[in-house]
Design a protein around this ligand. Structure first.
Ligand SMILES: *Cc1c(COP(=O)(O)O)cnc(C)c1O
Length: 230
């Protein structure tokens, strides 16, 4: 099988799972954006995915993400999903259309300056963490969402898009996705345009669709296992 056939098959299978989950949840497929997570895979895979109709791709590391965005000629929406350091956030704002991983006010200034310098508008999501037992995990605790959201909403060059989470490992993801949906409803009382709910990966996206996710971040289900850990 050529790589193109492999990716086409992975995409078709994933698309069918998304459609089945939408049908089960009484939702329309149009409400959902599939972000294909291409981290650790070569730029040539991204080119093939673009030819197959993919428009949203996700990466989690700088500078790998920026190198690929430079190399790929197709017009795509680039989503940045990974941990950010303050000193690299500005560079990420030069190519990312959506940053899913904003989890502290300190990042907002760097992203804003980077976006402004590049003459771009970057959509930012607040990453929420529900695993209080592991302080090393990315994300703000629910009580911290408001401060980060307000900082994004008032920063030049940035737009507040909504919320993102990665379900804690080994837990039933459904309750966390439901919690994220409630927090999203709260956030929208203050920021009505912040409608994005980014939740669901290869192993748990059906539960995310059932809970109201608008953006799925799916890697392995489309591309197969990653060549190296990422
Ligand atoms: C890698 C990654 C994904 C995709 O995970 P898969 O299990 O390959 O679907 C989604 N979200 C984030 C934040 C990631 O780092």
């Amino acid at each position: 099988m050529s790589r193109r056939d492999e990716l086409a098959a992975g995409l078709a299978e994933t698309e069918q799972r998304i459609r089945d989950a939408c049908a089960a949840a009484g939702r329309s497929r149009d409400e959902i954006t599939l972000v294909v997570v291409t981290k650790t895979h070569p730029a040539s895979d991204v080119e093939i995915l673009a030819e197959l109709g993919v428009v949203d791709v996700g990466e989690n590391r700088h500078p790998e993400a920026g190198d690929k965005a430079d190399e790929v000629s197709a017009q795509l929406h680039w989503h940045f999903l990974g941990g950010l350091q303050t000193n690299k956030a500005g560079a990420v704002a030069r190519y990312a259309d959506v940053v899913h991983s904003v989890d502290r006010v300190k990042l907002v200034g760097s992203l804003s300056r980077g976006a402004e310098a590049a003459g771009r508008t970057v959509t930012c999501l607040v990453q929420v963490d529900f695993d209080a037992t592991d302080p090393g995990r990315a994300g703000v605790v629910p009580d911290g969402i408001g401060d980060v959201a307000d900082a994004i909403a008032t920063a030049p060059g940035l737009e507040l898009g909504g919320l993102m989470t990665v379900a804690p490992l080994g837990d039933d993801p459904a309750s966390h996705f439901a919690h994220l949906a409630r927090l999203s409803a709260e956030l929208r009382q203050r920021h009505p345009a912040a409608t994005i709910i980014s939740a669901g990966m290869s192993g748990d996206f059906e539960a995310a669709i059932a809970a109201g996710a608008t953006h799925l971040r799916i890697g392995r289900s489309v591309l197969g296992e990653r060549p190296s850990s990422g």
